[in-house]
Design a binder for this molecule. Structure first.
Ligand SMILES: Cc1ncc(COP(=O)(O)O)c(C=O)c1O
Length: 388
């Protein structure tokens, strides 16, 4: 089956009892046992069934299995947020005294989790540029238990060679986890390129409508089972309604992504020609250092882009305060076009030196291209650029 058909039908069947085509929302905290013995068997995992929604729930499980199918993975686990998904992956694979290697250009919240929270529980993180194979190899230690990367990276759209990273990770027997939020499985499937684990902020393109927070992890069955065992006790479970909204949003992922990509390319081309724009960051432009690699490992270039304006931070602020159609807000992957300033917003968890180190300039502006008519978006950016 093509991915477009899996996106519509995957993991789904009309409800067995009623024939309802849309999956039911099992909006319940608990599930009644048939008898005391039945409840005890479920707790011992001698029999399959539902106990309590923090442990599992049919609506939430359906989402996990659907994302696993789309990512060519064996199993999936759903979380309350993308960050909860990432935290649970780390906690399942590492313990105090162990080590993680992470790319240095990642979502600012993930960066803060790795830089400030993990050391509190004795997990050390080394940041490096995972696109540089030598750097990655040199950061791996005997106690490294996880390699984490994000591609395309938030916010610079840096492209990391997933197959190369997975070769390095495999040679050392360390799992490779890829944050695939920007691409989605419609454009890129890290497991097919050798990654062991894929994480998502389902808040973004999966939901597509900016109305929930959610996260998903997919990987091998044994890993997903252990992740689920640990997650039960950590408690960052999704609500059934949020999982249902993601299932609903997912149905249109392919057509939304096609439009996001098409419009992002046109906006990138427009910005690249603008005399007030210093540099455009979009992997679909041949000038982008990751263009060839993106062409190889992605089926299209995505809906995210960024640019540096001439005049730095002040000029960037002028644009963000002048747009009328684009919304000044963080998050991404929504039907609405969102514009933001990473250095003071999504990546304010980086110091100025750390920002410089991974090429996030003070005036860098990030755009999540939405589903409005592209000519209206270009007209809006044009009038905002004219205010500089
Ligand atoms: C690439 C990426 N990964 C993870 C996250 C965290 O996801 P959430 O906000 O759902 O916790 C984000 C949030 O912006 C993100 O952009």
């Amino acid at each position: 089956m093509h991915i477009e058909s899996k996106i519509v039908h995957g993991g789904q069947h009309p409800d067995k009892e009623t024939g309802a085509l849309a999956p039911p929302i099992y909006q319940t905290s608990t599930f009644a046992f048939r008898s005391a013995e039945h409840g005890a068997r479920l707790f011992k995992q001698e029999e399959k069934g539902y106990i309590y929604t923090r442990l599992s729930n049919p609506t939430i499980d359906l989402l996990g299995s659907k994302i696993a199918l789309l990512e060519s993975a064996e199993a999936g686990v759903v979380f309350a947020s993308g960050l909860a998904a990432i935290f649970n992956v780390v906690v399942t694979l590492t313990k105090a005294g162990e080590h993680v290697v992470s790319d240095n250009t990642i979502y600012g919240g993930t960066y803060a989790l790795f830089k400030s929270i993990l050391p509190k529980i004795g997990i050390e993180v080394t940041f490096c540029n995972t696109a540089d194979a030598d750097q990655l190899v040199s950061c791996i230690k005997d106690n490294t238990r996880l390699i984490f990367t994000e591609t395309p990276a938030n916010p610079t759209l840096k492209i990391v060679d997933i197959a190369r990273c997975s070769e390095i990770a495999r040679a050392k027997n360390i799992p490779l986890c890829v944050d695939n939020t920007f691409a989605t499985p419609y454009l890129q499937r890290p497991v097919e390129l050798g990654a062991d684990i894929v994480v998502h902020s389902a808040t973004k393109y999966f939901s597509g409508h900016g109305d929930i927070i959610g996260g998903v992890v997919v990987g091998k069955k044994d890993f997903a089972h252990q992740l689920w065992e640990d997650a039960k006790e950590i408690g960052a479970c999704s609500s059934p309604f949020n999982a249902w909204l993601v299932l609903r949003g997912l149905k249109t992922l392919a057509v939304r992504m096609d439009r996001h990509c098409e419009s992002a390319m046109k906006i990138a081309e427009y910005l690249a020609k603008h005399d007030k724009v210093e540099k455009v960051y979009y992997p679909g432009l041949t000038s982008h250092p990751g263009y060839e690699l993106a062409k190889k490992q992605m089926s299209d270039f995505g809906g995210m882009l960024g640019f540096d304006v001439k005049g730095g931070k002040e000029a960037g602020k002028t644009i963000m305060n002048s747009v009328k159609l684009c919304i000044l807000a963080v998050s991404l992957g929504d039907v609405d076009t969102l514009i933001e300033h990473p250095a003071s917003m999504t990546h304010s968890t980086y110091s100025d030196e750390e920002l410089r180190g991974c090429g996030i300039n003070p005036g860098y502006v990030r755009i999540s291209v939405g589903l409005e008519h592209v000519d209206d978006l270009i007209a809006d950016l044009d009038q905002a650029l004219s205010k500089i």
